[in-house]
Design a protein around this ligand. Structure first.
Ligand code: GLY
Ligand code: MN
Ligand code: MN
Length: 508
């Protein structure tokens, strides 16, 4: 055996501590005394009650009614590490945002707890009293003030106080240090049962596990996640207002994209020009994008989730853009338009586009209260199958293709037609099938209608002229008492209207 020539690793300093090797922050008592003194009074808070606060208590009451006598734990979540001491931007768990009305970057490590109280004696006459446990702003006499890069005022700005968050949300607040005792109170086999939202915050989940010390509580927690998802199937007035804002802001972003098309065509990574234009807009006008933007030119449009966005954008091709602005309250739009890069559809592009548009229009007709969610998809699929049959692409009739045991038409549209939309782009994802796919449409539901046709460039079953063309048209729909409203109707979708709109924006 040869001699081991690996140099000896120095053992004095554990690897985990080495991040501080670049830090030259002084820690002498004299420095600490000096930096923690000599600060003026903090300015008094200007925070006001958020408009969401008038709606969140009804949401909490609806949840309360489903879990009488139980303690419900809804964490905001914590930071997700990106690398070393760098984190991703914080976004609270959607269930937490829904029940507190808090939005962008509010509030890392916070935990909303619905404590069971005697029925009728809780908040708004419910059976629960809500308390928001937070890590409040630390005093300037603490080390956190100047040395904590995640939470310290010197590093991330002044965090809210308990009073601030109580004003903002209308929910009672308490220090995070009180959480453990509050969760454990009266817990036991014959005592209070605790449920925690799964996968929101590992440390809080662990704490709850420790406290309840019962095995197989996972199912109980999943039932809570399901209830929280189902609570969002019908949006209240404030949520609908936020959805309108998200959609309108997204439409503005699509206008900016069209204006940027000449620049995109001129750049070797034109798809990134489109993506970057939209990200910049989303960040300036809202919180962020609600999901990774798809900017897919030419053949890339046939890859359903094309997010590399590193391709060229060429005149004569279609570019499929699927993008949504998430506004500060965290509600997001989800809109797709497939645009002719040079502003004019070719005859074959228009033929395929029109088939997808007809499918979308049929889905709109089906999206009315009392219908089933799955009827919307069925209506779109009927048109898609019929068009494919007319073009001679199906080995069977459209009717035969539509049979559950066949589905040939789905070769060219493997995704679904609709999903609920709200705080999450795929909202209400934990809802039971009987309320989602088999659910009955009700006023206040918001979902997408997004049929498409995707012909890959090596698909030997389609005419050559179809190859490399992908089209999706995606709109955001609100079910109303007598039908529906296309929230994204202001963004042109008819081919002539798309061309006229583009011509106006491009000054042609
Ligand atoms: N943008 C993702 C989707 O349309 O579902
Ligand atoms: Mn969608
Ligand atoms: Mn989409």
């Amino acid at each position: 055996m040869s001699e081991d020539l690996t140099p000896e690793t120095p053992t004095e300093q554990p690897l985990a501590d080495r991040g501080s090797n670049r830090s030259q922050r002084p820690s002498s008592p004299e420095f600490v005394r000096f930096i923690t003194s000599g600060w003026g009074e903090r300015a008094s808070s200007t925070l006001e009650r958020s408009p969401a606060a008038d709606h969140t208590s009804a949401r909490r009451s609806a949840l309360s009614a489903q879990f009488p006598g139980e303690r419900l734990v809804v964490p905001a979540g914590t930071f997700k590490q990106r690398s070393n001491d760098t984190d991703y931007r914080f976004r609270p768990h959607s269930a937490f945002a829904h029940l507190t009305g808090l939005g962008s970057e509010q509030e890392p490590d916070a935990v909303l707890v619905l404590h069971p109280v005697e029925d009728g004696s809780g908040d708004d006459g419910s059976g629960h009293h809500a308390v928001l446990y937070i890590r409040p702003l630390a005093g300037r006499d603490t080390e956190e003030f100047f040395s904590d890069a995640r939470y310290g005022e010197f590093w991330v700005g002044a965090r809210p106080t308990l009073e601030d968050l109580e004003t903002l949300t209308g929910v009672s607040t308490a220090h995070l240090d009180d959480l453990r005792d509050a969760l454990a109170k009266d817990v036991g086999v014959d005592g209070v049962q605790v449920r925690v939202v799964p996968e929101a915050d590992a440390a809080i989940e662990e704490l709850v596990e420790e406290i309840r010390a019962t095995e197989a509580a996972g199912e109980r927690d999943e039932r809570l996640a399901e209830a929280l998802s189902e609570l969002r199937l019908v949006k209240d007035a404030h949520e609908i207002e936020q959805m309108r804002l998200a959609v309108d802001t997204t439409i503005d972003g699509f206008e900016k994209i069209v204006r940027a098309l000449p620049q995109a065509v001129a750049h070797r990574r034109g798809e990134r020009v489109i993506e970057g234009t939209f990200i910049g807009h989303a960040r300036v006008e809202g919180n962020a994008v609600g999901y990774e933007t798809i900017a897919a030119s030419g053949e890339h449009a046939t890859t359903l989730h094309w997010t590399d966005n590193d391709g060229q954008v060429r005149a004569g091709e279609l570019v499929l853009v699927d993008a949504g602005v998430e506004v500060d309250s965290l509600y997001t739009a989800d809109i797709t338009r497939t645009l002719p890069v040079d502003g004019r559809f070719t005859e074959v592009q228009r033929r395929i586009y029109q088939a997808v548009l007809d499918a979308a229009d049929a889905a709109f007709v089906a999206a009315v209260p009392g219908a089933r969610f799955r009827d919307v998809h069925a209506a779109a699929m009927k048109v898609i199958a019929e068009r494919l049959a007319e073009w001679g692409l199906l080995p069977v009739t459209a009717e035969e293709a539509l049979l559950p045991e066949n589905q040939h038409h789905r070769r060219w549209m493997v995704h679904g037609t609709s999903h609920h939309l709200g705080l999450d782009v795929h909202d209400c994802a934990q809802a039971r099938a009987e309320l989602y796919l088999d659910g009955i449409l009700e006023p206040g539901m918001v979902f997408t209608i997004e049929p498409g046709l995707y012909f890959k460039s090596d698909d030997l079953l389609v005419p050559e002229e179809f190859r490399g063309i992908g089209v999706r048209i995606e709109d955001d729909v609100l079910v109303t008492s007598d039908g529906n409203e296309n929230l994204s109707a202001a963004l042109p979708r008819e081919p002539d209207a798309v061309e006229a709109w583009m011509a106006g924006l491009l000054g042609r």
